[in-house]
Design a protein around this ligand. Sequence first.
Ligand code: NI
Length: 168
Amino acid sequence: MAILQILEFPNANLRKKAAPVTVFNERLSILIDNMLETMYEAKGIGLAATQVNVHKRLLVLDVSEERDIPQIFVNPTFEIIKSDLSEYDEGCLSVPGFYETVSRPEGIRVKAQNKAGENFELEADGILSTCIQHEIDHLNGKLFVDYLSALKRKRIREKLEKEQKQSA
Ligand code: NI
């Protein structure tokens, strides 16, 4: 397995819209394993393929306390089943060091495929719902900072650009 490099805001590739996964093979399986390892190593609860510069509709997450329940969603879509908004202080491995409150619909029904290409469905609320919506946003080129004010987003961008320049 391998640790993949995570793109950071405002990298333009984070704005690419991911294409459906059509081939379920060993290569996909290796990518999934590498994404899980990368997510755990970075202490994140979710990672979308877009964030590792692979523009396929695929995400991994683990919202469990013990960090031992990996979940894999290939070609995920969702519908809102409870539209009351719930607020979370969201962070993102592509926006390191920043946490901001974002409101999203509380309950969703997700349809996706597993790594073998088999269809499954689940209902999610709470942190799982928030996390899935956040990760599906990534596949559409959207980041949680897009929900913030333009001023806040600009401050975050400038701070990260400065850090990126210093570490380059
Ligand atoms: Ni994120």
